[in-house]
Design a protein. Sequence first.
Length: 279
Amino acid sequence: AKEAGRNTYRFYTEEMNSHALHRIRLEEELRYAIEHKEFILFYQPKLDLTSNDIHSVEALIRWQHRTKGLIPPIEFIPFAEETGLINEIGEQILDIACKQLQQWQQKSSPVEKIALNISSCQLDKPEQFFSGLEDRLNRYGLRRDQIKLEITEHLLMGKDDNVIAQLHHQRQSGLSVAIDDFGTGYSSLSYLQVFPLDELKIDQSFIRNLSENSKNKTLVQAIITMGHALNMSVIAEGVENQEQMDFLIDNGCDQAQGYLLSKPLPAEALDNWLADNFC
Ligand code: C2E
Ligand code: CA
Ligand code: CA
Ligand code: CA
């Protein structure tokens, strides 16, 4: 193996070689992680700005690595998407999320709904994806309206009519769909009419500079108005201070999510937080 390793240095630059090695290692590590179920979910509450209640959370993946500790999604999700490993990871996440929702249901937690982040390739075979979802809902005694899919504009752009038809069908039976990172894509807005969407999630980059940047204020107001005009609920992510929160409330935003309220937490920590703050 050492010999082969040396030989490759003749053909590739050292940098390219170490990059390739990194990818090979990461792929092995990810396969190991899938096999040993090393992925966990943290949950971040979504505050309903009308009722001041929390009924739903967003599930955010972390990799509980046996030696490296908690690894954030940015370090492995893009690679998992490239290699297609995201499909298996996605199935595990779905199972964890549904099991957790069942537990919350059994202890009468205020959390009734989970939003899941979905990568584009997970919807390449929509029938398979939705039948997997159906299985989990049945297994854990859940309804479709307890699940929200967070998808990006980018994901929608590449999809054919079949995916759109399936999403329509799923929505008719209760599933909801949010458009994530809204405002960061490059496409026209016409997809908002075409695609079946329930929720528009304003990207955190607009929220971050809200106070210093009056253009962002105008944009956020316009996005809220537009979302409502299209019958969508509007949520802001990345809300970190009270000033941002007040602006969103004053401008009729429906929900808010961010560190001001809570960071993403493991289920048990979220339960404690809810008990301390909302009961
Ligand atoms: P996203 O879906 O846009 O998630 C929002 C990110 O912002 C999360 O980072 C969250 O922890 C972080 N965040 C929440 N509130 C605040 C805040 O007030 N301030 C700041 N600065 N950040 C905040 P995270 O958990 O590292 O996730 C990063 C991205 O990884 C997600 O972006 C999503 O695209 C992806 N991801 C996470 N979980 C999954 C998953 O289960 N499946 C897939 N396919 N992608 C996932
Ligand atoms: Ca999201
Ligand atoms: Ca987002
Ligand atoms: Ca994002």
